[in-house]
Design a protein around this ligand. Structure first.
Ligand SMILES: O=C(O)C(=O)C[C@@H](O)[C@H](O)[C@H](O)COP(=O)(O)O
Length: 358
């Protein structure tokens, strides 16, 4: 088992461990928290397939099942969980264990951060996407009418427990989607990870524990320096200005998050090229990598104008100015303030046409 220790400076230092291993004795997981009562908030599919990983937790908790997690990531579901928690007698001494993909982790984490003004929580991510990205870093959120993750909090978990064993049973589409976030991390900060993710994808998802560990380490280095997302943490949003807009205009039904991110990273590299900061070679490397994630999808029903309109709700914006993250080379990105949305719209139009017949 690998343990990554996190220490995030601030008014009060937040310290916790991220455990990565094939699987864990769940008694050890429970012992990481001292609370007496546990609310297990679990994705329905993850619970169906993997509840065997949680014998002790199940004995000591009440379980709330979330169906269709991305569609349920909203304030209505938060109210439903709150009613359930109250009816089950959970008070300030309770704790939350989240079990599922990124959407359940975001929802459960947000609930934990506000229930009775906050109770501790542990993340047990069961998708590759959640293991490499969503479960670490302490962003919790629900979607609002106009945009993704508009309501949320910064709240670090008490621990993150990554069972890499669950990856063996994930559908290939889910694995590809998760790989997009690890690949994105490579573009941001590590050519080595970028190359590793490409190799893994080409060879049937090899070296997954290594990819999870490298992604988490790189992400936490950035989060440690800028927990509140006012500086370099914005790098982690590479591809997400486009991705969130696409997810919102398609009502979270057409693409998995990582698929939207893959398309978004291709958009970012091409926008960077239009701005003269990203070379032909880098654009080609980015497209060669991410196109394998979106290979079986079509984008022809998307309208570039709708996507750029939805970008106006992006949380990174500064007044009316939209910020965009672009790659400079593999391993290095830059935040562009006040991006010209005409350039973005034209680039998206071009790429919708290009990736509609793949
Ligand atoms: O942790 C971060 O910071 C990121 O931006 C990582 C993203 O991959 C992740 O999807 C995040 O939840 C998006 O955050 P948001 O602030 O754009 O909602």
């Amino acid at each position: 088992m690998l343990t990554i220790s996190v220490s995030i400076p601030g008014e009060s230092v937040k310290e916790y461990n991220i455990f990565i291993g094939e699987s864990f004795d769940d008694k050890q997981i429970l012992s990481l928290l001292s609370a007496k009562k546990t609310m297990l908030i679990a994705d329905n599919k993850a619970f169906e397939y993997h509840k065997g990983l949680l014998p002790s937790i199940l004995q000591h908790s009440a379980t709330y099942i979330v169906c269709d997690a991305e569609k349920s990531k909203n304030l209505h579901e938060i109210e439903k969980i709150t009613t359930w928690a109250i009816e089950n007698g959970f008070d300030r001494d309770a704790q939350v264990v989240s079990f599922g993909g990124g959407a359940v982790g975001d929802l459960a984490g947000f609930f934990a951060s506000i229930y009775m003004r906050g109770v501790p929580f542990i993340q047990i991510p069961t998708t590759l996407l959640a293991q490499v990205d969503a479960s670490v870093g302490g962003k919790t959120a629900v979607n609002a009418c106009k945009a993704k993750n508009l309501i949320g909090s910064f709240c670090q978990p008490k621990a993150v427990v990554v069972h890499t064993k669950v990856l063996h049973s994930l559908p290939e589409r889910e694995l590809r989607s998760g790989m997009a976030e690890a690949m994105k991390m490579g573009v941001i900060a590590s050519e080595e990870l970028f190359v590793l993710t490409q190799k893994s994808l080409a060879n049937g998802f090899t070296q997954m524990p290594d990819i999870v560990a490298q992604s988490v380490r790189l992400k936490m280095k950035i989060v440690r320096d800028d927990e509140r997302d006012v500086g370099k943490r914005m790098w982690l949003n590479l591809g997400h200005t486009t991705a969130h807009a696409i997810e919102s205009v398609t009502n979270y039904t057409s693409y998995l998050h990582g698929e939207a991110v893959a398309f978004g990273c291709i958009v970012s590299a091409n926008v960077g090229h239009e701005l003269g900061v990203c070379s032909n070679d880098t654009v080609k490397r980015v497209e060669d990598a991410f196109r394998h994630i979106i290979a079986n999808l079509t984008f022809d029903h998307l309208v570039a104008d709708d996507i750029t309109t939805a970008m106006k709700y992006d949380k990174k914006r500064k007044g009316d100015e939209i910020r965009f993250i672009v790659p400079l080379q593999i391993g290095k990105v830059q935040v562009v303030d006040d991006i010209d949305l005409n350039i973005v719209r034209k680039t998206i139009e071009k790429l919708i046409a290009k990736y509609s017949n793949v």
